[in-house]
Design a protein around this ligand. Sequence first.
Ligand SMILES: Nc1nc2c(ncn2[C@@H]2O[C@H](COP(=O)(O)OP(=O)(O)OP(=O)(O)O)[C@@H](O)[C@H]2O)c(=O)[nH]1
Length: 251
Amino acid sequence: MDPLRRSPSPCSSRPSSPRTPPCEMLGYVGIEAVLDQLKIKAMKMGFEFNIMVVGQSGLGKSTMVNTLFKSKIWNCTPLDLGQGPVPQTLQLHSVTHVIEEKGVKLKLTVTDTPGFGDQINNDKCWDPILGYINGQYEQYLQEEILITRQRHIPDTRVHCCVYFVPPTGHCLRPLDIEFLQRLCRTVNVVPVIARADSLTIEERENFRQRIQHNLKTHCIDVYPQKCFDEDINDRILNSKIRVGGRGGQGG
Ligand SMILES: Nc1nc2c(ncn2[C@@H]2O[C@H](COP(=O)(O)OP(=O)(O)OP(=O)(O)O)[C@@H](O)[C@H]2O)c(=O)[nH]1
């Protein structure tokens, strides 16, 4: 499944194609080999996955990424920050690693957005983040429409944005709502309750339900969106995610 929303979207209305009846085969052709060929090609090329983490400082973004991929993904001293004090303005930075498991390579890029929502005036604090996401779409599109385009276009588009909700135990803050409304129009958003272990199980469950209610009231369509429900298996899995909705990242 390609989680990108800008890739040909299943949400877009398209005419239902008439079913093509299967052709009766009179002997062995070797179509099954296509599967192996595709597998070998995919193994050689590897996969690209770009994840963005958004949230205030200290909510456990780096910890979650490292835990998720069981690696030290996060580089503690990002190269682009240089020497001296960290500037007050919002800084986005990405780290890329190739991780390999059983011969399958994954080029993982994690983009961090330190200090989001930390300022006194958070007006338009989402602009650099949305600008970055849209910039990656634009870059990919420009490569794609070239007459002599590369055989493999490096994919820097953000496939998933993990949004860290502070564990207030109340509901989404106006800042979260404002930002999520914009974010979910652009990218797949996965909200998580940060440092969920600081809440009791009951508090966490109530908080999760209130967040889900807020999301619904404010028309915030997080992942998995309805448009990913085309296939029956996907639909079952997506329903489980929606109902069960993992309440938080835990400790
Ligand atoms: N209790 C608890 N502590 C956590 C959790 N995740 C991370 N921490 C701790 O919180 C502190 C900050 O974690 P980081 O992962 O550096 O947080 P961050 O969001 O990446 O912070 P910045 O790099 O400043 O943006 C560390 O001391 C972690 O050990 C969690 O789920 N529960």
